[in-house]
Write a protein that binds this ligand. Structure first.
Ligand code: ADP
Length: 402
């Protein structure tokens, strides 16, 4: 029997999201998540996609990631998809920070684990949870290849001019301070899918990818290689996001510390959790913001305008970085669904060859699609992202070669 299944795990500090895919047809067999791990009210939700069965939910204490993964394995086994199956080829793990070390997906061994651990100072929230997920999965199936797929990997092709901050080089190097970028799996997937939509190879096209979810980032992709991206050392830099400020004068931090008498941790929380759309208007869901704007809410309108202003600045910046742009692709929760955001992002940019067709932009759907007028110089596209499929595909490609 050929092993064609890949389990994709996205382990957070208190959650595990998972998908089981069959790479013979890229089909999903099961999806689910465990959240609030370590609390009394942990919750598991499992959807057996392959059998078309109802989702199953369970609430109760799940002590740690080990218990969470065992619970997931039990749910999968109920559908005949147990992790002991010989059809399981590998487990693919999303790992947030691969630093400069990991430029591609990597089969996990002790040296890889040690390197992911070494990177914890630059990803204190994410890498420990990702490591726990890998170690737990290893314990469950020690014989199976575990593959780490890094959020940062796609961005390691950025030239030094884009990757370096203009600060003292020795200090930067001593603390590994540089622009790493995130959402790389999505930017890779969407830039390739956009080329395909245009009937071209990735090498033939230059694409600006706008990943607009709760976290948001833009990237400039030349011929399939990332040459710039908006997130930096951490996911805080760049666009206005659901709860993150994105770009700001770093002196705001000194000012808050000296004049506002806030601690570093308080400022960290302010900028990562209480800023962006939620800080500006109290809501971080674009649907709610649009609803409030329709009711004449001035605060929601200003938040939207600030969000769009920043987005347009990045489109302009990446236009200049790339020189020639073949397509602008919108993806993730906001990018895929919020037609008003897409229209506003490229409004009055006909001189750059950018425009959306109102009718096409209003169409909803799950497939990649063009929303620019047929004669537009630059294609504007909506390209739904699929990070789990991309992680599974990269995992399977790697394991298949071994
Ligand atoms: P993440 O993976 O970063 O949590 P998603 O890519 O799932 O985020 O995007 C979530 C966001 O997408 C929500 O916060 C909301 O603002 C936006 N969103 C989802 N559906 C819609 C919709 N129908 N219209 C407008 N915005 C939407």
């Amino acid at each position: 029997m050929t092993a064609t299944r890949v389990l994709v795990l996205n382990s957070g500090s208190s959650s595990v999201k998972y998908q089981l895919l069959d790479m013979s047809d890229s089909g999903r067999l099961a999806v689910g998540l465990v959240e609030r791990i370590g609390e009394q009210t942990s919750r598991l939700k499992h959807t057996p996609v392959a059998t078309g069965g109802e989702s199953r939910e369970w609430t109760g204490p799940i002590a740690d990631h080990d218990a969470a993964l065992k619970a997931v394995a039990e749910e999968l086994a109920k559908d005949g998809l147990g992790l002991d199956s010989p059809e399981l080829a590998a487990i693919g793990h999303r790992v947030v920070h691969g630093g400069q070390s990991f430029t591609r997906p990597t089969v996990v061994d002790d040296a890889v684990l040690a390197e992911i651990e070494r990177l914890i100072p630059v990803a204190p929230l994410h890498n420990p949870a990702n490591l726990t997920g890998i170690r737990t999965a290893q314990a469950l199936r020690p014989d199976l290849p575990q593959v780490a797929v890094f959020d940062t990997a796609f961005h390691t092709t950025m030239p030094e001019a884009a990757a370096r901050y203009a600060i003292d080089v020795e200090t930067a190097d001593a603390h590994r301070i540089r622009r790493y970028g995130f959402h790389g799996t999505s930017h890779a997937y969407v830039s390739r899918a956009t080329a395909k939509l245009l009937g071209k190879t990735p090498e033939e096209v230059n694409v600006i990818v706008l990943h607009l979810g709760n976290g948001a980032s833009a990237s400039a992709v030349r011929g399939g290689r990332c040459v710039d991206t908006s997130m930096g050392l951490t996911p805080l830099e760049g666009l206005v996001m659901g709860t993150r400020s994105g770009d700001l004068d770093p002196a705001v931090i000194f000012h808050l510390a000296r004049v506002g008498e806030m601690s570093i941790d308080e400022i960290d929380t302010l900028l990562n959790k209480k800023s962006g759309l939620i800080g500006l208007c109290g809501d971080n869901d674009m649907r709610e913001i649009r609803r409030r704007i329709d009711e004449g809410d001035a605060q929601a309108k200003l938040a939207f305008e600030i969000y769009i202003h920043r987005l347009r600045k990045y489109i302009g910046a990446y236009y200049a970085v790339l020189g020639r742009v073949d397509a602008v692709a919108f993806t993730a929760g906001v990018g895929e669904n919020a037609a008003e955001v897409r229209a506003a992002a490229v409004a009055d940019l006909e001189s750059l060859g950018l425009a959306v067709d109102g009718g096409l932009n209003a169409v909803r759907g799950d497939e990649p699609r063009l929303i620019s007028p047929p004669d537009a110089r630059v294609a504007v596209a909506v390209v739904p992202t699929d990070e789990e499929l991309e992680i599974a595909a990269q995992t399977y490609a790697l394991v298949g070669r071994h």
